[in-house]
Ligand binder design. Structure first.
Ligand SMILES: [Cu+2]
Length: 204
């Protein structure tokens, strides 16, 4: 079964990413661990695997946020919900310390919205050290927050947005990594290699 799912994963990563996330939407529904084969089949279409690329400003303003996000990601990769909770708490604190006033006035409103959403997701992760599936739901949304954030603020390192089509009963999910190597934080040891780089985020 595991091998079949792995092969399906390989087929599906070529399908690419399209799911967009609404900042106002907080995922609290239960995760479905069983995959529906008919759904898998219908999504196995041939599409380009070439990642898009964007360039962002070089900035140290979000170093603590990125570092703690990546620590959180690594904890979920190894299925360690306690470590993820600790990293979520540190991330929550780092987001709280971000100086919105240091950014240009026209972007402050959007930044505040993004940071508020990110903080809420980080808080839920920190408070659910015994519920890794729940942490992963918030982590998936958080990835979009962090991506939206660095598009505005810039980043201190190159990052990759990675997409796994199998997450959340084939809804798919994304995360950010500082490496192209696929280590899946959304499915962990169940599907460590599932995913493909959909966007390369490099510094100007
Ligand atoms: Cu929650």
């Amino acid at each position: 079964m595991k091998k079949t799912i792995f092969l399906l994963c390989l087929a599906l990563v070529s399908w690419g990413a399209s799911a967009q996330h609404d900042h106002s939407k907080m995922g609290h529904s239960d995760m479905h661990s069983d995959m529906k084969k008919s759904e898998m089949h219908s999504k196995t279409k041939d599409k380009s695997t070439v990642p898009t690329s964007i360039k962002v400003e070089h900035s140290q303003s979000v170093t603590a946020i990125i570092a703690n996000y990546l620590a959180l990601k690594d904890a979920l990769v190894v299925d360690n919900s306690k470590k993820a909770a600790d990293a979520g708490k540190k991330l929550f604190d780092a987001i709280g310390k971000f100086d919105v006033a240091s950014q240009s006035g026209s972007q402050q409103k959007e930044l505040k919205d993004i940071l508020e959403d990110a903080k809420e997701n980080a808080e839920h992760i920190s408070e659910n050290g015994d519920k890794i599936d729940h942490q992963r739901e918030h982590f998936e949304i958080l990835g979009t927050d962090i991506k939206d954030l660095i598009v505005i603020t810039g980043a201190d390192r190159n990052l990759y947005q990675i997409y796994c089509p199998m997450y959340n009963s084939m809804e798919g999910g994304k995360w950010l990594s500082d490496s192209k190597e696929i280590k899946n934080p959304l499915l962990g040891s169940k599907m460590m290699k599932c995913g493909s780089v959909v966007q390369e985020i490099s510094l100007k």
